[in-house]
Design a protein around this ligand. Structure first.
Ligand code: PEP
Ligand code: MN
Length: 263
């Protein structure tokens, strides 16, 4: 995945004109967790109104506590898929283990590998064989070298459709959830031909500052941003504290596109 072997940037075509990679700015938005049919409908409507083509949403959720909401599973994914297909929206959702891949693959446009699974090498091997695009998040305390090596697991198994994602790293600072390491964006872009995106929601973990960090990510050279939005963030089943309502989301989309033009 090094620029040494390929200078030309990798672009990932999801079909129907939706392409991720250098030369465009991809916006991916949606709730932390898929919660209900009504919720999906509301988010889809918000995305369609704002011309956003990729929806995120977890149906298998990695939660710190086993008693927290852990997702609607495959039934939720099928519902998610049906409503998105009807509206021309692509789906990105997290896969947590190898055994889920075969059941998920027909309903997913991009498999997300979460920060906690960033070095699950068996999962990465299996996704290399799955031939679906993969969004690979940086580990909770992962170095860039570890992220790049994790991507090599997918790549060396024959799948070149990989998107790298900076989502903040853990540090001693506890004024926010993680430290969004925007240094990673230009450094990764120099090292690899793969698209690099930023997740400001998990990166800072505070709704009020997601916009600032998203705009900073645009100027740092990111190929896209993935963030959390929900019709009522204060009632979200997970990550409500870092989730934008639709008004905030609409404003963010406009400001990111204005900022991208200036880059
Ligand atoms: C998520 O995208 O909701 C998520 C769990 O992300 P991460 O793996 O970066 O914590
Ligand atoms: Mn989340």
């Amino acid at each position: 995945i090094s620029r040494k072997w390929k200078v030309e940037p990798t672009r990932i075509d999801l079909g129907e004109g939706v392409v991720i990679g250098e030369g465009q700015f991809s916006i991916m938005a949606g709730p932390c967790s898929i919660e209900s049919e009504k919720q999906i409908e509301l988010v889809v409507q918000h995305l369609v109104e704002n011309n956003v083509k990729i929806m995120r949403g977890g149906v298998f959720k990695p939660r710190s506590s086993p008693y927290a909401f852990r997702g609607l599973g495959l039934d939720g994914l099928q519902m998610f898929h049906r409503l998105c297909r009807e509206n021309g929206i692509k789906i990105i959702t997290e896969v947590m283990q190898v055994s889920q891949i075969k059941d998920m693959v027909e309903f997913v446009d991009v498999f997300q590998v979460g920060a906690r699974n960033s070095q699950n090498f068996n999962l990465l091997d299996a996704l290399g064989e799955a031939q679906k695009p993969v969004l690979l998040k940086r580990g909770i305390s992962g170095t860039l070298e570890e992220l790049l090596q994790a991507a090599e697991y997918i790549f060396s198994n024959g799948n070149e459709k990989i998107i790298l994602c900076e989502r903040g790293i853990r540090s001693y600072e506890n004024a926010y959830r993680n430290v969004l390491d925007l240094n990673a964006v230009p450094v990764l872009k120099a090292k690899t031909h793969l698209p690099v995106i930023v997740d400001p929601s998990h990166g800072i973990g505070l709704r009020d500052f997601v916009e600032e960090m998203s705009l900073a990510a645009v100027m740092a050279g990111a190929d896209g941003v993935i963030y959390e939005t929900h019709q009522k963030p204060e009632e979200a089943f997970s990550d409500g504290q870092q989730t934008l309502n639709f008004k905030e989301s609409e404003r963010l989309i406009k400001r990111m596109l204005q900022t991208y033009v200036l880059r």
